[in-house]
Design a protein around this ligand. Structure first.
Ligand code: ZN
Length: 151
């Protein structure tokens, strides 16, 4: 590993620490030439999880994109970001358990909607309206009516 200070190629590892989930290792190194210290990270290379879209095409699962989508529905609502991260983590762990590492986008949307419904009704309606692409006001009304019935 090349020293970022002097470019020397040899260094010694003075400390190794594994991250909490065992996904990466952080190493403190010391350059054998200039003696300055620097840090390197070793990460597990993961196979991408795939999302199967409505038309049958697949795209890699992007947890940040999903989180952004949920955050948008929760704008100005009294919900903590950590609660939204939990939803994304839950979906990731379901994906991890799938032998084919695939999940349908409709299934992901369904889980998000269920979790949001329990957290905040406004966020739920917002997410549902984007996710389900309501074709007309009747469909939207239908979802609202169901929501009111459940109370
Ligand atoms: Zn150096």
């Amino acid at each position: 590993m090349r020293c970022p200070y002097c470019g020397f190629l040899e260094s010694k590892v003075i400390d190794s620490r594994e991250s909490q989930k065992g996904m990466s290792i952080r190493r403190r190194r010391e350059c054998l030439s200039c003696k300055k210290r620097f840090t390197t990270y070793e990460r597990l290379e993961q196979l991408p999880y795939m999302v199967v879209k409505k038309d049958g095409t697949r795209q890699p699962f992007d947890s940040q994109k999903l989180l952004r989508g949920i955050m948008k529905a929760c704008e100005k609502r009294p919900i903590q970001i950590s609660q939204l991260e939990e939803i994304v983590e839950e979906i990731e762990s379901i994906l991890q358990d799938r032998p084919d590492k695939e999940m349908e986008s409709s299934e992901i949307g369904q889980i998000v909607m269920e979790r949001l419904k329990a957290l905040d009704k406004v966020a739920y309606i917002r997410f549902a309206s984007v996710y389900r692409e309501f074709k007309d006001v009747v469909e939207f009304k239908h979802v609202l009516e169901n929501l009111l019935k459940e109370k």
